[in-house]
Design a protein around this ligand. Structure first.
Ligand code: G4P
Length: 524
């Protein structure tokens, strides 16, 4: 590992996430990437660490029981003169809101595909979120050590289903039991499985080495490799950076094969922190003044303290411990006394962080998802989205004396992004909205464990909701006033229209052309 610091801190940063369908190998790949960075000593530590943390909190039992990860965490490691910030995302689709928000904080993504399965549903969905933001994607086709589909078919599937040019950088030599390694077109080099660190120089695909690696005959492979090289688009860095082309690597995360090529590609091709769009201007990563936005809030694991950690992506400048930052939403200054840096194995106090880094900011509820922090400038970053919930429920409490406490608790949990809470204009009780049903379980469990509130859900007469807005303030007011029994305020007081069915939503939308009905809301 080259630890020489030859570039400025921002250019060295690579902030990325791994997107995949469950079981494609994201956890295994994460572990192997961390091994390269020296961040963990033993494979298996990522899972083990997660489990250890989960035992500390009651509400996390839900997740442990179901073997899924609710927590989005950050892992920082150094490799090849780069500082990598790997933002982990929950695997279960019921927590996809968390994942979408996390993707708003990365500059690149690794897409892991199971070689036997190809593009699966969740990969496609996550890819679409990346595409919305033109996030460049490096593809890792995993599990080549098992029976795999034809590599041409897999590339074709990427191109067709994702409308993304796929350029193989390496090509597999055999597959399943006969998987011998990969050939890299540009350098004519070979890496062999179980000897990943060694690079063999060949004279090209006619080299006799391939006859040795493929004992059942190398001719078919030679034809295939030639076709792959001639038939695919050459790698084009700007097409990749713009999100139109993905370089493809083949490997086996389990056997720690191909991971080195992948991380080298992230160091070489993936962009350093991008400029971020704010409401008044675009903020460049190299600007001297610190700016950042909160994309994730995590309740402290200890239910006796109501502390939270806000995960903030630094967008520009340098964050130093003890500095004061202005919270754009309230105009108040917040001292950043104990920012946590997720470096290597453990959290540690951060002394400084740069654009692209993610720091944990402990707070007692001042910070919300979507919040912007600056050194005084009055701007708000766009792009931490909120999605219209797919499930709406009324929430009821058995002890009416605790209604106020429930309201406060819901407000806090909504600020953390656990659920969305809507307050109907007609004065009826709160409605909670979630994207995935498991979020409801998490909510009920946390309300009981942390607030001592026993609640139950009741079907709401509404099944869909949309944020409503209009350029014409009078038209919006007219619509809201005339639909008081179907309109509620979200956490920020923005009006939300709720309907019993898609059909009735369409009906109202058609009758009110001056009103925009939106299923995504950017925090502003
Ligand atoms: P995920 O986070 O994307 O859900 O996937 P994870 O890494 O947990 O991997 C899912 C399963 O696939 C695991 O097996 C893992 O060992 C296996 N796997 C990952 N990469 C490879 C690979 O390159 N080759 C092969 N053959 N298998 C791979 P499991 O039996 O479900 O879990 P475990 O008991 O091994 O942890």
């Amino acid at each position: 590992m080259n630890t020489l610091t030859t570039r400025d801190p921002v250019s060295r940063r690579r902030t990325f996430a791994i997107i995949s369908h469950p079981d494609a190998g994201k956890t295994t790949l994460t572990e192997k990437l961390l091994l390269f960075g020296g961040a963990i000593q033993l494979a298996g530590a990522v899972k083990a660490k997660r489990n250890a943390q989960q035992t500390r909190s009651d509400w996390m039992n839900i997740e442990r029981e179901r073997g899924i990860s609710v927590v989005t965490s950050v892992m920082t490691f150094e490799y090849a003169d780069c500082v990598f910030n790997l933002l982990d995302t929950p695997g279960h689709e019921d927590f996809s809101e968390d994942t979408y928000r996390t993707l708003s904080a990365v500059d690149a993504a690794v897409m892991v595909i199971d070689a036997a399965k190809g593009i699966e549903a969740r990969t496609r969905k996550l890819f679409e979120v990346c595409r919305l933001r033109d996030i460049p994607i490096v593809t890792f086709i995993n599990k080549l050590d098992r029976e795999a589909r034809d590599p041409f078919e897999l590339l074709d599937e990427i191109e067709k289903t994702l409308a993304l040019d796929a350029t193989p950088i390496t090509w597999p030599i055999g597959s399943g039991k006969g998987f011998a390694g990969t050939y890299r077109f540009a350098t004519k080099t070979v890496r062999q499985i179980d000897k990943d660190a060694e690079v063999l120089q060949t004279s090209g695909i006619d080299d006799p080495l391939f006859d040795r690696l493929l004992p059942n005959g190398a001719e078919a492979w030679r034809e295939e490799a030639a076709l792959a090289e001639e038939g695919s688009k050459p790698f084009d860095l700007s097409a990749f950076r713009e999100g139109h082309l993905t370089p493809v690597f083949f490997g086996s995360a389990l056997r720690n094969f191909g991971v080195r090529d992948l991380i080298d590609a992230m160091a070489e091709y993936a962009p350093s922190p991008r400029a971020q769009e704010a409401n008044k201007r675009v903020v460049e990563a190299h600007e001297p003044k610190m700016t950042g936005f909160v994309f994730k809030i995590q309740a402290n694991m200890d239910p006796n303290h109501r502390d939270r950690i806000a995960f903030m992506r630094v967008c520009s400048g340098k964050l130093t411990r003890g500095m004061k930052a202005k919270l754009a939403r309230t105009g108040k200054n917040i001292p950043l006394n104990a920012p946590q840096f997720f470096f290597a194995r453990d959290r540690s106090i951060a002394d400084e962080a740069y654009a692209g880094d993610v720091v944990g900011l402990p707070n007692h509820g001042q910070l919300r998802i979507g919040d912007t922090l600056t050194e005084g400038e009055d701007i708000v970053f766009r792009g931490v989205p909120s999605f219209a919930p797919e499930i709406l429920r009324r929430i009821l409490i058995s002890d009416a004396m605790k209604a106020k406490k429930l309201r406060e608790a819901l407000q806090q949990l909504a600020e953390e992004g656990v659920v969305q809470v809507f307050t109907p204009h007609d004065g009826s009780g709160s409605i909670v909205g979630v994207v995935g049903a498991l979020q409801l379980d998490v909510l009920a469990t946390r309300l009981e464990a942390e607030y001592g509130l026993q609640t139950r859900y009741e079907q709401s007469r509404f099944t869909v909701c949309r944020w409503v807005s209009s350029d014409d303030a009078t038209a919006l007011k007219g619509f809201v006033d005339s639909h008081a029994s179907s309109v509620a305020d979200d956490l920020d007081g923005a009006p939300v229209f709720m309907a019993p069915s898609d059909f009735s939503l369409r009906y109202d939308a058609e009758r009110n052309p001056a009103i925009v009905f939106s299923d995504v809301k950017d925090y502003q």
